[in-house]
Design a protein around this ligand. Structure first.
Ligand SMILES: [Zn+2]
Length: 179
């Protein structure tokens, strides 16, 4: 799957959380969780960059890496949220800091959202019919077994566009209903 499809899947993976947060009145948290899903959903393909010392569809496409990198990404998003609280303090757009338990809940939700996005990427790549070194082996280092659902080519424009649109719509609808 290409970036467009992974973007959509990342959004799809956090759409239920977004809906629940909007229903609960957490209007600032909801878009953050969507961002976490997108970030997690796009992260595995950093192995396309030359500075990353892993082969494509290697270690960055494993659950172990997802558990690790999701902590870093969600920690960064948590930091950005608190930076926004400080920056807006005293202005008309002031964001109030949640209480301790609220902060803990936000940190957990950001981690869950990022990991959901990450896992949605692995799912998207298993749909590809590609074989050989492009096979996804998500259980490494515990098992070297690959996972392939194999229903389309990675670049299939219909699948990519369909997931992109589904993801975007799955977020627009809750905002439309609750805002
Ligand atoms: Zn990938």
């Amino acid at each position: 799957m290409h970036k467009q499809g992974h973007f959509g899947l990342g959004l799809l993976s956090t759409s239920v959380l977004t809906l629940l947060l909007l229903e609960g009145g957490f209007f600032l948290w909801a878009p953050l969780i969507g961002l976490a899903g997108i970030a997690g959903g796009l992260t595995p393909d950093i192995d396309n960059k030359q500075i990353v010392p892993f082969k494509h569809h290697g270690w960055t496409h494993t659950v172990v890496f997802g558990l690790f990198i999701s902590a870093i990404i969600s920690g960064c998003l948590f930091g950005v949220f608190h930076a926004a609280i400080r920056l807006t303090s005293g202005t008309t757009f002031a964001i109030t800091s949640p209480p301790l338990l609220g902060n803990l809940a936000l940190a957990i939700l950001l981690y869950v959202g990022t990991l959901a996005g990450f896992l949605s990427h692995l799912f998207g790549d298993t749909l590809s019919t590609a074989g050989g070194t492009l096979l996804i082996r998500p259980w490494k280092p515990i098992s070297n077994n690959h996972v392939r659902i194999g229903v389309t080519t990675a670049g299939n424009p219909v699948y990519n566009l369909a997931f992109f649109l589904l993801g975007v719509i799955s977020h627009i609808l809750p905002y439309y209903v609750y805002l």
